[in-house]
Design a protein around this ligand. Structure first.
Ligand code: NDP
Ligand code: AKG
Length: 450
C-alpha cells in the first residue's frame, strides 16, 4: 500500500465518520504523488502524518438564552490546524450542519490556501452548529457573547485570528469583538472582517468575491481570452456571491443567476445587484422575493431541483462561479455545464465541486480554478487588515484592492507554473496543491519535529 493510502487509512481509523475531511485530504494527497515520489525527505520527516493531524482541536459548549427565556445549547469548535507559516487564520461558520468533519475539512484547506497567498498566516477554522436564521438580533448577540466567552482564551492577534464564513458577517464579528474586549480589556486585532468604524479594512467585505473573479480573469488571460461579454452562472447569495457578481459586472460579464438555501434565481438579462444586496444584506430575506420586482426572472425552489444536483448548473452559460457551500456541484451538474458549452469554472466557495465533478472538468480541459487558490483573496485581505491594525494605519480601498490583485496574480502564477513544472500544464488543482504543500512542508522541516 502506498504511503498516501496508508495515511488516508490511518485518518479513517483515528478520525471516524468525517467524510468531508477525508474528501479534502484525499484530493490534496492524490495531487502530491509526484512530489512525494521525487523527494523522500517529506516521508522521512512524517510531513503527511503531521499535516493531517491538527495541532490542536478545541470543542466547547455554547449555552445561551433565547427570547422566550429558554436555555439553548450549541457545540462550538476551533481547529488550530497548522502554524508553520504564522498564526492560525481562518473563519468561523455558524450553520446547523457544522460538525467536526466540516470544520476540519475547512481548516485543512485553509493551510494550503493561506500558504498560497505568500503571507505569514497558518491555517485554522471554527464555528458552531448554531442556526442564525430566524433569530432576533438579541439572540444573535447572546449567542456570540457565549461563544466568545470560551473562545477568547484560545485566540490572540499573534496566535489565532478568526474571521467570518457562512453565517458570520460584520454583525457577528462586532458582537464577538465586544465580548473579547470586555473579557480581556484589550483592544487589538484579534478578529478580521471588522466594521470600518473600528478597525476593519476597506475592501475586506468585497475581497473573496472580487478575488475569485480576478483569478478567473488571470486564467482567461493565460488562454488569450477575457470575461467581457461572458454569461456567468453564480450560486449563493451571500458575501462571496454578491461581490463576485459585482466584480463580474465591472469587468463586462453578465452574471445571470444566484441562489440561496431555498431556491435559485435565473435572470437572463443579468441579476439586479442592487435588489440582491437589499434582499440579502439589508432585509436578510429569501430570494423568492426577487421575482416580485422581476417577474420575468425564473425562481426554482429547492423542491424542484434535479435529484442529482443543483438547478443553477443546468442553465446554459459561458462560465460558472460556485459561491455557496461544499459539494453543491455534482458530477451530473459538471456534465450539464460541459455539454452546455461552459468553458470556465472558478470556485468562490470552499470545495463546492465534488471530486467526480472536478475530475470531469479536468478531463474536459475546462479552465478550472480550485477554491483554495481562487477564493484566497478573502483571507489574504484579512491579513492586510491585521497589518493595518498592527501598524495603526487605514489604507484606502484602492491600495487594498491593488494589493489583492497582485496577490491573486501571484497565486495564479504559482499554481500555473507548478503545474507546468510537474508535467500537468493547465491543471491548477495539482499546481495549487503542490505549491501550497511545499511552502508549508519546508517551513515544518526547518522548525523541527513539533
Ligand atoms: N466570506 C469569506 O470571506 C469566504 C468565504 N468562503 C466560502 O464561500 C462560501 C460562501 O460563504 P459566504 O458567502 O461568506 O457565506 P454567507 O453566509 O454570506 O452566504 C452563503 C450563501 O450560500 C447559501 N448556502 C449556505 N449553505 C447552503 C446550503 N447548504 N445549500 C444551499 N445554499 C446554501 C446561503 O443561503 P441562505 O441565504 O438561504 O442562508 C447564502 O446565500 C463558503 O463555502 C465559505 O466557506 C471562502 C473564502 C472566504
Ligand atoms: O478571512 C479569514 O481569515 C478567513 C477566510 C476564510 O474563512 C476562508 O478563506 O475560507
Amino acid at each position: 500500500m502506498s504511503y498516501i493510502h496508508q495515511s488516508i487509512d490511518y485518518l479513517k481509523q483515528t478520525s471516524p465518520c468525517q467524510s468531508e475531511f477525508y474528501q479534502a485530504v484525499e484530493e490534496v494527497l492524490e495531487s502530491l504523488t509526484p512530489v512525494l515520489d521525487s523527494n523522500d525527505r517529506y516521508q522521512k520527516q512524517a510531513i503527511i502524518q503531521r499535516m493531517i493531524e491538527p495541532e490542536r482541536q478545541i470543542i466547547f459548549r455554547v449555552p445561551w438564552v433565547d427570547d422566550k427565556g429558554d436555555i439553548q445549547v450549541n457545540k462550538g469548535y476551533r481547529i488550530e490546524f497548522n502554524s508553520a507559516l504564522g498564526p492560525y487564520k481562518g473563519g468561523l461558520r455558524f450553520h446547523p450542519s457544522v460538525n467536526a468533519s466540516i470544520i476540519k475539512f475547512l481548516g485543512f484547506e485553509q493551510i494550503f490556501k493561506n500558504a498560497l497567498t505568500g503571507l505569514p498566516i497558518g491555517g485554522g477554522k471554527g464555528g458552531a452548529n448554531f442556526d442564525p436564521k430566524g433569530r432576533s438580533d438579541g439572540e444573535i448577540m447572546r449567542f456570540c457573547q457565549s461563544f466568545m466567552t470560551e473562545l477568547y482564551r484560545h485566540i490572540g492577534p499573534t496566535t489565532d485570528v478568526p474571521a467570518g464564513d457562512i453565517g458570520v458577517g460584520a454583525r457577528e464579528i462586532g458582537y464577538m469583538f465586544g465580548q473579547y474586549k470586555r473579557l480581556t480589556g484589550r483592544y487589538e486585532g484579534v478578529l478580521t472582517g471588522k466594521s470600518l468604524l473600528w478597525g476593519g479594512s476597506l475592501a475586506r467585505k468585497e475581497a473573496t468575491g472580487y478575488g475569485a473573479v480576478y483569478f478567473a480573469q488571470y486564467i482567461l488571460e493565460d488562454r488569450n481570452d477575457t470575461l467581457k461579454g461572458k454569461s456567468c452562472l453564480v450560486s449563493g447569495a451571500g458575501n462571496v456571491a454578491i461581490y463576485a457578481i459585482e466584480k463580474l459586472y465591472q469587468l463586462g460579464a453578465v452574471p445571470v443567476s444566484c441562489s440561496d438555501s431555498r431556491g435559485t434565481i435565473f435572470h437572463e438579462t443579468g441579476i439586479d445587484l442592487k435588489l440582491l444586496k437589499d434582499l440579502k444584506e439589508v432585509c436578510r430575506t429569501s430570494l423568492e422575493n426577487y421575482i416580485n420586482t422581476h417577474p420575468s426572472a425564473q425562481y426554482i425552489p429547492v423542491s424542484d431541483y434535479p435529484k442529482d444536483g443543483h438547478a443553477v448548473w443546468r442553465f446554459k452559460a459561458n462560465a460558472a462561479f460556485p459561491c455557496a457551500t461544499q459539494n453543491e456541484l455534482t458530477e451530473k451538474d459538471a456534465q450539464a455545464l460541459i455539454s452546455n458549452g461552459c468553458m470556465l469554472v472558478c470556485e468562490g466557495a470552499n470545495m463546492p465541486s465534488t471530486q467526480a465533478a472536478v475530475d470531469a472538468f479536468i478531463a474536459a480541459n475546462i479552465a478550472f480554478g480550485p477554491g483554495k487558490a481562487a477564493n484566497a483573496g478573502g483571507v489574504a485581505t484579512s491579513q492586510l487588515e491585521m497589518a493595518q491594525n498592527a501598524s495603526m494605519q487605514n489604507w484606502t480601498f484602492k491600495k487594498v484592492d491593488e494589493k489583492l490583485k497582485v496577490i491573486m496574480k501571484n497565486i495564479f502564477d504559482a499554481a500555473n507554473d507548478t503545474a507546468k513544472e510537474y508535467g500537468q500544464s493547465g491543471n491548477l488543482v495539482v499546481g495549487a496543491n503542490i505549491a501550497g504543500f511545499k511552502r508549508v512542508a519546508e517551513a515544518m522541516i526547518e522548525q523541527g519535529i513539533v
